[in-house]
Design a protein around this ligand. Structure first.
Ligand code: GUN
Ligand code: ZN
Length: 429
């Protein structure tokens, strides 16, 4: 057993944060040998219950749950900041050429190490990630995550049509590869597999049908894709499926909506789609920096909350512009302010933080496993320094409430505020 004494940020209830200013976090193995939180609370209450405990004291620091990124592209490290008229030219001119390099083992190995380093430096301890259409890209990413004990879910991209040489796969082989990767990786250590049809235009009907059949056979694997991100993309889907009620309903038709299915964007959807997300237990990955950068549109928070479907925050690197959960939370706040039916919403800092930690974990079906520091949660946590920059120090010193403190971190924070990222007791960054 080991313990940390610092200010502790955690969520006793959904979207309701608590700060224990002089807290104690006690970590140790559970019955299965996983490093989990054994106790969390005030130092004065807890310390007498654990005499002789090895305590690391971090005065002035905040211990917080590791962030959960619900949608990120491992091969798009080098695509960040590539301007385009919109999604489709961005895919064609930048994304597909970059992804075609991931058939190469040496390139994968270098990129996987860099990618995991970057996640940890920014305080992301769980991610749902796209690899590329090359099976070896999944092996590289999940192999690296396994070496670093990271909780990572990833999948080989399915794209057997409307895709150039170098990334286009072959229908039957793509499904065989997916099944082999499920067998190799899903449930191994802290890893999971996600069946990953890129989006409707890039997948033949046979490929989508095969993906749905695999999803039915492997009920606890994840599914990840994109939906209703961009108006040109939607028009294309309407040409491909003129009978479909909506873009989202195409995925429904192939059995690809269910708990543990995560769809990035969900921007241009209607209330019937929202009810479908809710009824099927499907989650949305909200990616505000990507949507602003690619000019895709705005996620409608008020409508999402009215419908009551699951959602959480995501970087969507490399359409997204930053690995930093702080930048993503701030962009989500901007979208709430300006990207909604007037007068817009002022998202609360505790909601934003929840959407990138416990709320994202819940949307992934990992509530009580990651994204929080309640007893039983896996011990992935961050040591945050609220004095990491002069302005952050000045602003946080004046915070008169938890909301003011969290807002200061969201608006002024970045990787400099993440002093350590601790993964199940192994200090890795
Ligand atoms: N739609 C299909 N592929 C992609 C991708 O790589 N990024 C984004 N943002 N949207 C997509
Ligand atoms: Zn994406």
């Amino acid at each position: 057993m080991k313990a940390w004494r610092a200010s502790l940020l955690y969520f006793p209830a959904p979207a309701q944060a608590q700060l224990e200013t002089d807290g104690l976090l006690v970590v140790g193995p559970d019955a299965g040998g996983r490093q989990v939180v054994l106790a969390v609370g005030s130092y004065s209450d807890l310390a007498p219950r654990f005499p002789g405990l090895d305590v690391t004291h971090l005065p002035g620091r905040i211990i917080a749950p590791g962030f959960v990124d619900m949608h990120i592209h491992y091969p798009q490290l080098d695509v960040i900041g590539s301007p385009a008229e919109g999604l489709l030219p961005w895919l064609e001119n930048y994304t597909f050429p970059h992804e075609s390099r991931f058939s190469d083992v040496a390139h994968n190995s270098e990129a996987a190490t860099f990618f995991v380093d970057e996640l940890l430096r920014h305080g992301v301890t769980t991610a749902l990630a796209f690899a590329t259409s090359h099976p070896e890209s999944v092996d590289a990413l999940l192999g690296e995550a396994q070496r670093r004990s990271l909780r990572m879910i990833a999948g080989k991209v399915l794209q057997d049509q409307n895709s150039p040489d170098g990334v286009r796969d072959a229908t039957q082989q793509s499904l065989l590869d997916t099944e082999a990767l499920i067998t190799r990786w899903h449930g191994v250590d802290r890893l999971g597999y996600a069946i990953t049809p890129r989006f409707v235009p890039s997948c033949s009907e046979a490929q989508l049908r095969g993906a749905g059949e695999l999803a039915a056979r492997y009920a606890d694997v994840w599914i990840q894709s994109h939906v209703a991100e961009n108006k040109d993309e939607i028009a294309w889907v309407r040409e491909l499926y003129p009978q479909a009620r909506s873009y989202l309903s195409v995925y429904e038709q192939f059995g690809l909506l269910r708990p543990r299915a995560v769809y990035a964007h969900c921007i241009h959807i209607d209330d019937e789609d929202r009810a479908l997300l809710r009824a099927t237990g499907t989650a949305a990955a909200v990616s505000p920096t990507s949507n602003l950068f690619l000019g895709s549109g705005f996620f409608d928070y008020a409508a999402a909350d009215r419908a009551g479907f699951l959602y959480g925050l995501a970087s969507d690197v490399g359409g997204g512009t930053s690995f930093s959960p702080f930048h993503t939370m701030l962009a989500a706040y901007y979208v709430g302010r300006e990207g909604q039916t007037k007068p817009g919403v002022s998202l609360k800092p505790q909601q934003l933080w929840w959407q990138h930690t416990g709320g994202a974990a819940r949307a992934l079906g990992l509530e009580g496993v990651v994204g929080n520091l309640l007893p039983g949660c896996e011990a992935d946590f961050l040591v945050l320094n609220p004095q990491a920059t002069p302005l952050l120090a000045r602003k946080t010193a004046q915070a008169a409430s938890l909301d003011e403190l969290l807002f200061a971190l969201i608006v002024l924070g970045d990787d400099r505020a993440v002093e350590q990222t601790v993964i199940s007791q192994a200090q890795v960054a």
